[in-house]
Design a binder for this molecule. Structure first.
Ligand code: TRP
Ligand code: SF4
Length: 325
């Protein structure tokens, strides 16, 4: 039997290059070797933003990006967490298996509190990893492809699975995190990573012209002021993008940058066109699905029906070993 992957994202709307490099490429690469479930974490979105008016639209936009980059909805169900009530039930049970002190130590939560200036953490936000554990374990996920920031959540998931199994009986596997090589793509402003809130992204849906426009704003080596000044590719995020999207020309770019023969504007425009090329197939598919929204909704409905069956089976086992529910 194939091992299972549970992969998920919060629906923040249209996805960017960071999502592609940090997650989606990995998801696509693993879709044959494993049995996959792709989760839209729409309840998780409420942990940092109570305005729910855009969650549905954002979920559809995200789903379209998933389809555009080549995830196959026939192989792998794609579904919203909120549509499968078993998530909330398992979340409740799991919340008895972990202390609040343990959740308060979660470094990902601490980062979020700092980055988003959160003054008072809600009970739900503190329990974010508990809901995530329910997401993963409801489908008995063995492997979870994630970025670095999510590794603490997988560790918490493992702890909860162990505690459940010891307390009531072996129901759950202990899932493993699978990191991507480029777990973080730097943002255009030089931040460690791309994020919608920082406004430093290139969207998968961006046209070649938009990509050029965005790259023009990218921060480069601050010591390379004039065109012919020698630069340091190792401190330049554009060079990181070259490594990812233009591997064949990396030696040339590196040498040109160091000697000063290559100017930043040319370097950026070359990089932009390579990124645009890499995104061309996804852009075409995106256009297809955008004009066929009923097909997209059908895919979601089908995914939710299939996911629900698996979730119900697992909850049946949970009820049986617990003798509750
Ligand atoms: N916490 C994940 C993120 O922000 C999203 C997520 C929710 C998730 N449930 C999941 C990821 C289950 C993997 C598995 O990126
Ligand atoms: Fe960065 Fe390219 Fe400029 Fe070098 S030439 S600093 S790699 S943009």
């Amino acid at each position: 039997m194939k091992k299972r992957i549970l992969s998920g994202m919060r629906p923040t709307g249209k996805l960017h290059l960071g999502h592609l490099v940090g997650a989606l490429e990995n998801w696509v690469a693993l879709q044959d070797e494993y049995e996959n479930f792709h989760l839209i974490a729409d309840y998780h979105a409420l942990t940092t933003n109570l305005d729910s008016s855009e969650i549905y639209q954002n979920s559809l936009d995200m789903l379209i990006d998933w389809l555009a980059v080549g995830l196959d909805p026939v192989k792998s169900p794609m579904f919203r967490q909120s549509q499968i009530k078993e998530h909330t039930e398992l979340h409740l049970i799991f919340s008895m298996l972990i202390t609040s002190a343990r959740l308060e130590r979660n470094p990902t939560l601490k980062d979020q509190i700092r980055d988003l200036n959160i003054e008072n953490v809600t009970y739900g936000h503190l329990g974010y990893p508990v809901l995530q554990a329910a997401d993963i374990l409801l489908y008995k996920g063995n492997v979870v492809p994630v970025g670095e920031d999510q590794v603490p959540h997988i560790e918490i998931t493992r702890e909860i699975a162990r505690r459940f199994n010891t307390q009531w009986g072996e129901v759950f596997p202990e899932p493993e995190a699978k990191l991507t090589k480029f777990a973080r793509l730097p943002g255009l402003n030089g931040d460690m990573k791309m994020s919608k809130s920082a406004g430093n992204t290139i969207l998968l849906a961006d046209s070649p012209d938009e990509i050029k426009k965005r790259l023009r704003t990218a921060v480069t080596d601050p010591l390379k002021v004039r065109r012919n000044d020698p630069g340091r590719p190792e401190v330049c995020l554009v060079f990181t993008y070259h490594q990812k999207f233009n591997p064949a020309e990396v030696p040339e770019v590196e040498a040109g940058c160091r000697s000063g023969a290559l100017g930043c504007v040319d370097c950026k425009m070359n990089c932009a066109s390579k990124i645009a090329d890499a995104l061309a197939p996804a852009r075409e598919k995106r256009t297809y699905y955008e004009s066929r929204l009923s097909e997209v909704k059908e895919i979601l409905h089908d995914g939710e029906t299939r996911a629900k069956q698996v979730a119900q089976t697992t909850m049946g086992e949970v009820h049986e070993v617990m003798k509750v529910g």
